[in-house]
Design a protein around this ligand. Structure first.
Ligand code: FAD
Length: 368
C-alpha cells in the first residue's frame, strides 16, 4: 500500500470527479482520482453515441453559473469526441493527479483516516468523494470470483488469436461482438467469438442486427450460445482464472442432471450485462438510503431508494461524500432537522457544481 494519506480520495474521473480534483488542486488540498476506465470521462465515452453533441445545459431555476468554467461544454455544442479530447488536454495541462484502470471496491475506517480498497491495492485519505456516476456496470454473479472479466472493449485487437466469450444479449454486447469479429477477420484469425446470453433470444435493434449480419457475411466466425448461464469463477491447476459457463443441461429421470459447460480464461471474457444504479454500492458501504413512498416523493418513484445526504453532500458514513450523477435524479437531504427530497438533474452542470460545494465543505472540515 502507498503510505501517502491524501486529503481527498476521489472515486471516478467524470465531470464531478475531475472538477473535485481541479478545485482541490487550486485550494492546496492533496488528492488522487481513481478511475476504473482506461481514461478520464470513461463514463461519458461509454454512454454517449458517436458524434453526439454535448450541451452546456443548466436547469432553468438554478441560480449559480458553472462553477468550474474549465469543464463547461462550449455554448456552441461540440461533438462528444471533441469534448473528450479537450478534457484529456485539460487533465494533462493542469497535471491533475489521476490513476486510471483502478476500480473502487470498498471503504474501511482506520484510526488515521479512511482506506479505499481497489482492484490495484489500498489508498488512504482523510475524506472520500464518491463520484462514480449512475451507470455502474453490472457484475457477473457466479460462484467464486469473476472480477477479472472485462465489461467493455477498448482495443478489439487484444482478442486476436484467442477464443473469446462475450456475455449479454443486447446492443452493447452485439457491438462488442461486431468489433472483435471485425478485428479477427482483418487479421485472418480463425478463432471464434462465442456470444452467450442467459435467455434463448438475443435482443438487438435493427441497425445493430444489420451490422452484425454484414460482419458474419464477410466471414466473421461467430458461435451463438443462447440459454447459457455463467456459473463459476475458478483458478485452474496452472493458476489461470477461468469462467465456467453452462451451455445446456439435461434433466435425467434418475435425478442425476447432466450439463455441458465451457471454460474460458477470464481474460478472454467480456460481460456486457447492463448497468445498475449505485444503490447496491451504497448498501455495501453501509451508506443509508431511504425508500420513497408515493405522495411523499415528487421525482422518485414508489419504492426507489434515495441516498441520504447532508446539505454539504456528506453521507451517513462520516467523511464520505457523494456527488454528481451518483445522486441523480434526486436524493434525500437532511436540512435543519428534517429530511426532504431534493431534485438533482443528471447534468454536467450539477456534477461540476456539486464538486465546488463539496470541496468548500471539506476545506472547512479539515480546518483549511
Ligand atoms: C447519452 C447521454 C447524453 C448526455 N448529454 C448531456 C449533455 O449534452 N449535457 C449535459 O450536461 N449532460 C448530459 N448527460 C448527462 C451527463 O453526462 C452526466 O450528468 C455526467 O456525466 C455526470 O457526471 P459524473 O462525473 O457524476 O458521472 P460520470 O460521467 O458517469 O463519471 C463517473 C466516472 O466514474 C467511473 N467509475 C464508475 N465506477 C467506478 C469504480 N468502481 N471505480 C472507479 N471509477 C469508477 C466511470 O468510469 C466514470 O468515468 C448525458 C448523459 C447521457 C447518458
Amino acid at each position: 500500500m502507498n503510505n501517502t494519506i491524501y486529503d481527498v480520495l476521489i472515486i471516478g474521473g467524470g465531470p464531478a470527479g475531475l472538477s473535485t480534483a481541479f478545485i482541490c488542486q487550486k485550494n492546496g488540498l492533496s488528492y488522487l482520482v481513481l478511475e476504473s476506465g482506461k481514461a478520464v470521462f470513461q463514463g461519458i465515452a461509454n454512454t454517449y453515441p458517436q458524434g453526439k453533441l454535448v450541451y452546456a445545459s443548466k436547469p432553468k431555476d438554478a441560480p449559480e453559473p458553472f462553477l468550474v468554467e474549465e469543464l463547461r461544454p462550449p455554448d456552441k455544442p461540440v461533438t462528444v469526441e471533441s469534448y473528450l479530447q479537450y478534457v484529456q488536454h485539460f487533465v494533462q495541462h493542469e497535471n491533475l493527479n489521476v490513476q486510471t484502470e483502478v476500480a473502487f471496491e470498498d471503504i474501511r475506517e482506520e484510526r488515521d483516516g479512511l482506506t479505499v480498497v481497489t482492484s490495484r491495492g489500498n489508498f488512504k485519505g482523510k475524506k472520500v468523494v464518491l463520484s462514480f456516476g449512475s451507470n455502474i456496470p453490472r457484475e457477473l454473479s457466479v460462484y467464486g470470483d469473476a472480477k477479472m472479466v472485462a465489461k467493455n472493449v477498448d482495443d478489439p485487437t487484444k482478442y486476436i488469436g484467442v477464443r473469446t466469450l462475450v456475455i449479454g444479449g443486447g446492443n452493447t454486447a452485439a457491438d462488442v461482438v461486431i468489433a472483435i469479429l471485425k478485428a479477427k477477420r482483418e487479421a485472418n484469425d480463425i478463432h471464434s467469438v462465442y456470444w452467450a446470453h442467459i435467455s434463448e433470444k438475443f435482443d438487438v435493434n435493427k441497425e445493430t442486427a444489420q451490422r452484425l449480419g454484414e460482419e458474419i457475411l464477410l466471414g466473421g466466425n461467430i458461435r451463438l450460445l443462447p440459454g447459457a448461464t455463467p456459473r463459476i469463477g475458478e483458478v485452474d491447476d496452472e493458476g489461470v482464472d477461468r469462467l465456467v459457463i453452462r451451455i445446456n443441461e439435461f434433466k435425467q429421470a434418475d435425478g442425476i442432471d447432466l450439463y455441458h459447460a465451457m471454460s474460458f480464461p477470464m481474460q478472454n471474457v467480456i460481460a456486457c450485462i447492463g448497468s445498475q444504479g449505485p444503490v447496491p454500492i451504497f448498501d455495501k458501504l453501509g451508506i443509508q438510503t431511504i425508500a420513497c413512498t408515493s405522495g411523499v416523493c415528487k421525482v422518485a418513484k414508489d419504492g426507489d431508494r434515495l441516498v441520504l445526504l447532508t446539505s454539504e453532500f456528506e453521507s451517513t458514513r462520516k467523511g464520505v461524500y457523494v456527488v454528481g450523477g451518483a445522486i441523480s435524479p434526486s436524493f434525500m437531504k437532511i436540512c435543519e432537522g428534517s429530511i426532504q427530497e431534493e431534485r438533482h438533474p443528471n447534468l454536467i452542470y450539477t456534477a461540476v457544481n456539486d464538486a465546488a460545494h463539496v470541496v468548500e465543505a471539506i476545506k472547512k472540515s479539515l480546518g483549511r
